[in-house]
Ligand binder design. Structure first.
Ligand SMILES: Nc1nc2c(c(=O)[nH]1)N[C@H]1C(S)=C(S)[C@@H](COP(=O)(O)OP(=O)(O)OC[C@H]3O[C@@H](n4cnc5c(=O)[nH]c(N)nc54)[C@H](O)[C@@H]3O)O[C@H]1N2
Ligand SMILES: Nc1nc2c(c(=O)[nH]1)N[C@H]1C(S)=C(S)[C@@H](COP(=O)(O)OP(=O)(O)OC[C@H]3O[C@@H](n4cnc5c(=O)[nH]c(N)nc54)[C@H](O)[C@@H]3O)O[C@H]1N2
Ligand code: SF4
Ligand SMILES: [Mo]
Length: 673
C-alpha cells in the first residue's frame, strides 16, 4: 500500500481555514494533519477535522434519491442523475410557469467555504431570476457593528497577539472555534501577559483565562462603555490620537460621564471591582489586543455591543502602539468572485429573501408569490436555522418542491423530495479565503468522487443546462473558475504562485490604520450613524433583548446556544464518532437555579418557551451564572427526544440594523421531566 501526502485546505466554516496535509492510500483518506509550514496553522488542527476520515467513511450519499414515502419519513429510492435532473428541471419550470421565477428560492451557505463551490448556486439564481438570498445567518450583525466604527473587516495580523501584553478574547470561544489562535495567545502568556476572556459562561477558553469576566448575555455594550468611562476619567485616553484619527467629541465625553461602573455592574452583572480591574489592565497595557468573536453579535443589540467594544482601542490609541482589535480579515483578500456569481445577469428588481426567516417565509408570513420550490446547497436549515418549528412545518408542505444537495442525510435532506449526492472537499478543486487569517489557498482534487457524487459547481451547471441556459459559465469546471477568479482579482495565475498560498495581509500601516481608518473621513467613528434611527446615537447599552421584552415571570432564564467543541454547526452530527465525543444534549444550569426547580445533575429536563419545548439532560454547574442556561449546540433532530433540534427555541426576529439571527438571545423556563 503506497502512502502519499498531499496538501489541501480545510473547507469548513471556521476562521482558521487551516492548511492541511492529507495522507492518502489506495484512493482512501487515512488522515488529515496540519501543515507545519503554514504561518497560522503551524501544524495544529482540531480533533474534529483530524477525525474527518471517520465522517467521510460514515453514511455518505452516493446516488440521487427520490422520495418514496411521506415527507420526512426517510423513504427514498435511488434514481439516475439523468432522471433527477429531468425531474428537477420539470419541477422548477412548472413552478416558474405557474407562480413566476421568484417562487423558486435557492438557499445556500457555508458547508464548504471555497470561492467556486460555495458561490456556484448564485449564478443559477441570477440567470433564472429566482429569489435572491440575504446571506445573514452568521456574520452580518457583527459585520455591521465593526464597519460602523472601523470601516472595513481587517486589522492586525492575528499572529501579533503573541506580542501583546494584554490578549483579550471577547465573545470568541477560540479553544473550540479558532484553535490555532490559542498557540499565539499562549506565547503571550509565557511572556507574562495575562489573558482576559469576556464570555457569559465558563467555556473551554474562559477556563484558561487569568481574568474571566462573565457579563449577562447581550450586555457588552454596558461593560464597554463603563470601561470607556473609566479610561477617560483616569487619564488613559490618547487625546492627540482622538483628535487626529477619530470623530471624538464633547458630546461623546458628556455621554460617557453617566456610564459609570456602578451603572454597568447592575446591567451586566459583572462586579464593579472586576470592571475597574479590567480598565486598569487595559489602560496600562502598551499593546492590548482584543480578538472580537461573533458570539456577542448574536443578540438583538449585537451590532451595538460589538461597535462599543471596538471603541476601546480607538479611545486609548492602542492601535498606534501595535495593539488594537481584530474582528475579521475577509475584506483584505480582494478576491472578486464575479466570474462564479455572474451578478451581471441579476435583475435588480428580483426580490431578496431573508435566510434567517426561512420558517416564516415558508409558512405564515409567505411573500407573494409564495415559495414553491426550495433548492438547498451547502446548508442544513432544518438544523441550523432559527425558529425550527416553522422551518419544519414549511418543509413538510406538500406543495413545496424541495431539492437538497448534500454529503449526508441531513435533517433538511430527510425532508426533501429529491436528494443529490455532493463531493467532499477532497473530491473537488477550489480556492479558499479565510475570515480569521490572511492567506489565500488553493486545493486540488485529491480523491475520486464517492459513488456518483458531484460538486456544487458541476451540479449547478448540469441543472442550468437542463433548464436551457447555455452561457459559457455553465460549461466551466472548477479549474477554469479558479483562473478566472484570480484574473478578475488581479492576482497571479496559480502556476505563478510562490507556493500553495498567497499572503494577502495588508501592509502594517494598513493593519494598524496608521494612515487613517477606511471610512470616508478617514476616522474611527464613535458615533456609528446607524441606518436604523431607533438605535443609539453613541456606544451604549441598548435594551431590546429577549430579557427586555419577554415576561420574566414566565421565562426567567437566559438561554444561549453557542458552538460545541466536537461539532461544527451541524456538519459532524452525521458522524457517529463525533456524536459520541460530544455525548447526549446537556443543559448547563447554575446550582441555585437547579435547586429551585428540584433538578439534580443528570436529570432529564424540559426547556421551553412560546416556540416549543426540548428535552435535555441537566449539567448542574457554576460554569454558568445564575439566571443563565447554555447548551452547546447544534444537534441532529434524532439526537433529541422530540426529534427536532435546539433551534426550536431560538427566535428568528430580524436583528437591527440589517437582519440576522440572535441565536444567543432567548428566554426560557426549565422543569424536571
Ligand atoms: N467547534 C466548533 N467550531 C466552530 C463552529 C462550531 O459550531 N463548532 N462554528 C463555526 C462558525 S460557522 C462560526 S461563525 C464560528 C463562531 O465562533 P465564535 O466567534 O467563537 O462565535 P460563537 O461561537 O457564536 O460564540 C463565541 C462565544 O461568545 C459567547 N457569547 C454569547 N453571547 C455573548 C455575549 O452577549 N457577550 C459575550 N461577550 N459573549 C457572548 C458564547 O458563550 C461563546 O462562548 O465558529 C466556527 N467554528
Ligand atoms: N443554535 C445555534 N444555531 C446556529 C448557530 C449557533 O451558534 N447556535 N450558528 C449559526 C451559524 S454561525 C452558522 S454559519 C449556521 C451554519 O449553518 P449551515 O451553513 O446550514 O451549516 P451546517 O449546519 O454545517 O450545514 C452545512 C451543510 O453543508 C453540507 N456540505 C458540506 N460540504 C458541502 C458541499 O461541498 N456541497 C454541498 N451541497 N453540501 C455540503 C454539510 O454536510 C452540512 O450538512 O448555523 C447557525 N445556526
Ligand atoms: S480549526 Fe477550523 S479550519 Fe482548522 S481544521 Fe479545525 S475546523 Fe478546519
Ligand atoms: Mo457561522
Amino acid at each position: 500500500m503506497a502512502l502519499r501526502e498531499f496538501p489541501t485546505t480545510c473547507p469548513l466554516d471556521c476562521p482558521s481555514a487551516c492548511a492541511l496535509i492529507a495522507t492518502i492510500a489506495d484512493g482512501r483518506l487515512l488522515k488529515l494533519t496540519g501543515d507545519p509550514s503554514h504561518p497560522f496553522t503551524r501544524g495544529v488542527i482540531c480533533s474534529k477535522v483530524a477525525n474527518y476520515h471517520r465522517f467521510l467513511e460514515g453514511e455518505r450519499l452516493t446516488r440521487p434519491l427520490l422520495r418514496s414515502g411521506p415527507k420526512g419519513s426517510g423513504h427514498f429510492r435511488e434514481i439516475t442523475w439523468d432522471e433527477a435532473l429531468d425531474r428537477i428541471a420539470a419541477g422548477l419550470s412548472e413552478v416558474t410557469r405557474r407562480h413566476g421565477a421568484e417562487a423558486v428560492f435557492p438557499y445556500h451557505y457555508g458547508g464548504t467555504m471555497g470561492v467556486v463551490q460555495r458561490n456556484a448556486p448564485e449564478r443559477l439564481t441570477h440567470r433564472a431570476g429566482y429569489s435572491r438570498l440575504e446571506k445573514n445567518i452568521c456574520y452580518n450583525i457583527a459585520e455591521a457593528g465593526w464597519l460602523a466604527g472601523v470601516g472595513k473587516a481587517w486589522g492586525p495580523n492575528p499572529a501579533a497577539i503573541a506580542d501583546s501584553d494584554l490578549p483579550v478574547l471577547w465573545g470568541i470561544n477560540a479553544v473550540s472555534t479558532h484553535l490555532q489562535l490559542m498557540g499565539f495567545v499562549t506565547e503571550a502568556r509565557r511572556r507574562g501577559a495575562p489573558l482576559v476572556v469576556v464570555d457569559p459562561y465558563r467555556n473551554r477558553t474562559a477556563r484558561q483565562a487569568d481574568l474571566h469576566l462573565s457579563p449577562r448575555p447581550g450586555t457588552d455594550g454596558a461593560l464597554a462603555v463603563a470601561l470607556l468611562h473609566l479610561l477617560l476619567v483616569e487619564g488613559y485616553a490618547d487625546t492627540a490620537y482622538l483628535a487626529q484619527w477619530t470623530d471624538y467629541s464633547d458630546a461623546l465625553r458628556h455621554h460617557l460621564e453617566s456610564r459609570t461602573p456602578a451603572w454597568a455592574a447592575l446591567l451586566c452583572g459583572v462586579p464593579e471591582a472586576d470592571i475597574r480591574r479590567f480598565a486598569h489592565l487595559y489602560g496600562r497595557a502598551k499593546r492590548p489586543f482584543i480578538r472580537i468573536g461573533l458570539g456577542m453579535s448574536r443578540h438583538r443589540n449585537g451590532a451595538v455591543n460589538l461597535h462599543a467594544v471596538s471603541c476601546l482601542p480607538a479611545l486609548t490609541g492602542a492601535w498606534r502602539r501595535g495593539g488594537g482589535a481584530l474582528f475579521a480579515t475577509g475584506d483584505a483578500f480582494g478576491v472578486v468572485s464575479e466570474p462564479v456569481i455572474q451578478s451581471r445577469w441579476r435583475q435588480e428588481r428580483t426580490r431578496i429573501l431573508d435566510m434567517s426567516r426561512l420558517g416564516a417565509l415558508l409558512t405564515d408570513e409567505a411573500p407573494t408569490p409564495g415559495i414553491h420550490a426550495l433548492l438547498v446547497f451547502n446548508a442544513n436549515p432544518a438544523g441550523s436555522a432559527p425558529d425550527l418549528g416553522r422551518v419544519w412545518k414549511g418543509l413538510r408542505r406538500e406543495d413545496l418542491f424541495t431539492v437538497v444537495h448534500e454529503l449526508v442525510m441531513s435533517d433538511t435532506a430527510r425532508l426533501a423530495d429529491l436528494v443529490l449526492p455532493a463531493t467532499s472537499f477532497l473530491e473537488h478543486e477550489d480556492l479558499y479565503k479565510s475570515y480569521g487569517q490572511y492567506t489565500l489557498q488553493h486545493a486540488g482534487k485529491l480523491l475520486e468522487p464517492v459513488g456518483e457524487a458531484r460538486s456544487n459547481n458541476d451540479t449547478v451547471n448540469a441543472l442550468a443546462r437542463r433548464l436551457g441556459f447555455d452561457e459559457p459559465p455553465f460549461q466551466w469546471d472548477a479549474g477554469v473558475f479558479v483562473e478566472q477568479v484570480l484574473e478578475a482579482s488581479g492576482l497571479p495565475r496559480r502556476v505563478d504562485w510562490p507556493g500553495r498560498w498567497l499572503d494577502r495581509a495588508p501592509t502594517e500601516a494598513k493593519q494598524y490604520f496608521r494612515e487613517g481608518f477606511p471610512q470616508e473621513d478617514g476616522r474611527f467613528h464613535f458615533q456609528p450613524g446607524w441606518a436604523d434611527a431607533t438605535m443609539p446615537r453613541f456606544p451604549d447599552h441598548w435594551p431590546v433583548n429577549a430579557r427586555d421584552r419577554v415576561d420574566s415571570g414566565r421565562y426567567p432564564l437566559d438561554f444561549m446556544t453557542p458552538p460545541a467543541h466536537h461539532i461544527l454547526n451541524t456538519t459532524f452530527t452525521a458522524s457517529a464518532w463525533h456524536r459520541s465525543r460530544r455525548g447526549r444534549p446537556l443543559l448547563w444550569i447554575h446550582p441555585a437555579d437547579a435547586r429551585r426547580r428540584g433538578i439534580g445533575e443528570g436529570d432529564a429536563v424540559v426547556v421551553f418557551n412560546d416556540q416549543g419545548s426540548v428535552t435535555m439532560w441537566a449539567r448542574v454547574t457554576e460554569g454558568v451564572r445564575e439566571g443563565l442556561c447554555v447548551t452547546e449546540s447544534n444537534y441532529r433532530g434524532d439526537e433529541l427526544p422530540g426529534g427536532i433540534g435546539i433551534n426550536l427555541l431560538t427566535s428568528a426576529d430580524r436583528v437591527a440594523p440589517a437582519g440576522g439571527a440572535a441565536f444567543h438571545d432567548n428566554r426560557v423556563e426549565v422543569r424536571r421531566l
